[in-house]
Design a binder for this molecule. Structure first.
Ligand code: NAD
Length: 330
C-alpha cells in the first residue's frame, strides 16, 4: 500500500518509518498539511494519513475519490476534521479510537496543577531572581468539587486521577457508565457546583459551544476550566467575556477553536492576526498549549501501531474494527 502522510513532523517519522517498513508499506512523508491546495499530492497513493489539524471537506473527498484514493487513515481519535457523510460511499475512514487515555488525562491534570499553582510563572520569576510570591496563591484541590464532562476513556482516566487528589467528582454524559467513582448529575448542576470543570467529550453539532455565555453565567466564580478535548467546545468570545468579568480562577487550553494552521507551527516571527488568541494570551491565569495532550512516547507508539494495523486490515480484507461511520456523527 502506498500512503501519503500529511503534516509530517520529525517525531512522526521516529515511529512510522520503521514500523511502516515492517508492514511493507510505501509511506511518502509530506510536511505540508492536508488542505484544498495540497490534496492533489495524494495522486497515485492508495491512502492518505492525516492528523487533527489536517482538514478533509466534501470537495476534497471528491478529489480523492477521482484519484482512486481508497482510505483516510486518521492518526487520531477525533474525526471532526473530516466530512464523514461526504465520504460515506466513496472512501473508508479509519481512526485510532484509543491509544493512551492516560496521556491526555495526565496532561489535563498537569494543566490544572500549573494554572492553579502557577508553576509556569514561578519558573520565569525565579530564573530572574524574582522570589516574590505576590499573585501566585493557588487553592487546595483536596475536597474541592470537580466536574468531568464526557465519561469515555479519557474522562474515566481523569476521574481516577481526580479521586487520587480526593476531590468530589461530578460528571455528565448522555450515555452514563456504571461503576465510576463519580456522581452523574445534569449539565446545569455540574456547571453550578464545580470548582473545576474539565472537558472530555467529542466535538459534534450537539457539543459545539457547550461552554457559552449562558453556561459560563451559571458557573461558580473562581472556577477552573480545562479543555484538552476540542477547541470548538468553547465559545472563545464568551470565554474572553467571562475572563474580563473575573469569572475564572484559571483556564487551561490545550485546544482552541481556530487552532488549524497555527498550532504545531513556529509562528514566533509572525504577526498574530487572530485577535481572540492574542487576547487569551494576555491573561495571566490562562495557559494555552499546542494540542499536545497525546504527546507521550507510549501514545505515539500506539498511534503508529493502530494506524498501520488499520491500513493492513484494509489491504488484506480483514474486519475494519476502527472504521468511522456516519452513525458516529449523530
Ligand atoms: P470516548 O469516545 O471514549 O469518550 C467520549 C465520551 O463523550 C463518551 O462517553 C460520550 O458518550 C461522551 N459524550 C458524547 N456527547 C456528549 C455530550 N453532549 N456531553 C457530554 N458527553 C458526551 O473519547 P475519548 O477517547 O475519551 O476522547 C475524548 C475527546 O478527547 C476526543 O473526542 C478528542 O476530541 C479529545 N482528544 C484530545 C487529545 C489531545 O491531544 N488533546 C487526544 C485524544 C483525544
Amino acid at each position: 500500500m502506498k500512503i501519503a502522510f500529511y503534516g509530517t513532523k520529525p517525531y512522526d517519522r521516529i515511529w512510522f518509518e520503521p514500523m511502516g517498513k515492517e508492514y511493507g508499506f510505501d509511506i511518502h512523508f509530506i510536511e505540508a498539511a492536508c488542505n484544498q491546495e495540497t490534496i492533489f499530492m495524494a495522486k497515485g497513493y492508495d491512502a492518505i494519513c492525516i492528523f487533527v489539524n489536517d482538514h478533509v471537506d466534501a470537495q476534497m473527498i471528491d478529489v480523492l475519490y477521482e484519484m482512486n484514493v481508497k482510505a483516510i487513515l486518521l492518526r487520531s481519535a477525533g474525526f471532526n476534521n473530516v466530512d464523514v457523510k461526504a465520504a460515506e460511499d466513496k472512501i473508508v475512514i479509519l481512526r485510532v479510537p484509543s491509544y493512551s487515555p492516560e496521556a491526555v488525562a495526565e496532561f489535563s491534570m498537569a494543566l490544572l496543577l500549573t494554572i492553579n499553582r502557577m508553576t509556569h510563572r514561578a519558573y520565569n520569576r525565579t530564573r530572574e531572581f524574582n522570589m516574590s510570591l505576590n499573585g501566585l496563591m493557588g487553592m487546595d484541590l483536596y475536597e474541592k468539587t470537580a466536574g468531568v464532562i464526557g465519561t469515555g476513556k479519557i474522562g474515566q482516566a481523569m476521574i481516577r486521577i481526580l479521586n487520587g487528589f480526593q476531590t468530589h467528582v461530578l460528571c455528565y454524559d448522555p450515555y452514563p457508565v456504571e461503576g465510576l467513582e463519580a456522581e452523574y448529575v445534569s449539565l446545569d448542576e455540574l456547571f453550578k457546583n464545580s470548582d473545576i470543570i474539565t472537558l472530555h467529550c467529542p466535538l459534534n453539532s450537539e457539543t459545539r459551544h457547550l461552554i457559552n455565555r449562558e453556561a459560563i453565567m451559571t458557573m461558580k466564580k473562581g472556577v477552573y476550566l480545562i479543555n484538552t478535548s476540542r477547541g470548538g467546545l468553547i465559545d472563545t468570545e464568551a470565554l474572553i467575556a467571562g475572563m474580563l468579568d473575573g469569572k475564572f480562577g484559571g483556564v487551561g487550553l490545550d485546544v482552541y477553536e481556530e487552532e488549524e494552521g497555527v498550532f504545531y507551527e513556529d509562528r514566533s516571527n509572525d504577526i498574530i492576526v487572530d485577535d481572540n488568541l492574542a487576547r487569551l494570551m494576555t491573561f495571566p491565569n490562562v495557559l494555552v498549549t499546542s494540542h499536545m495532550g497525546f504527546f507521550t512516547r507510549e501514545a505515539m507508539q500506539a498511534i503508529a501501531l493502530t494506524t498501520l494495523e488499520n491500513a493492513y486490515a484494509l489491504e488484506n480484507g480483514l474486519p475494519l474494527v476502527n472504521r468511522v461511520g456516519v452513525e458516529m456523527t449523530q
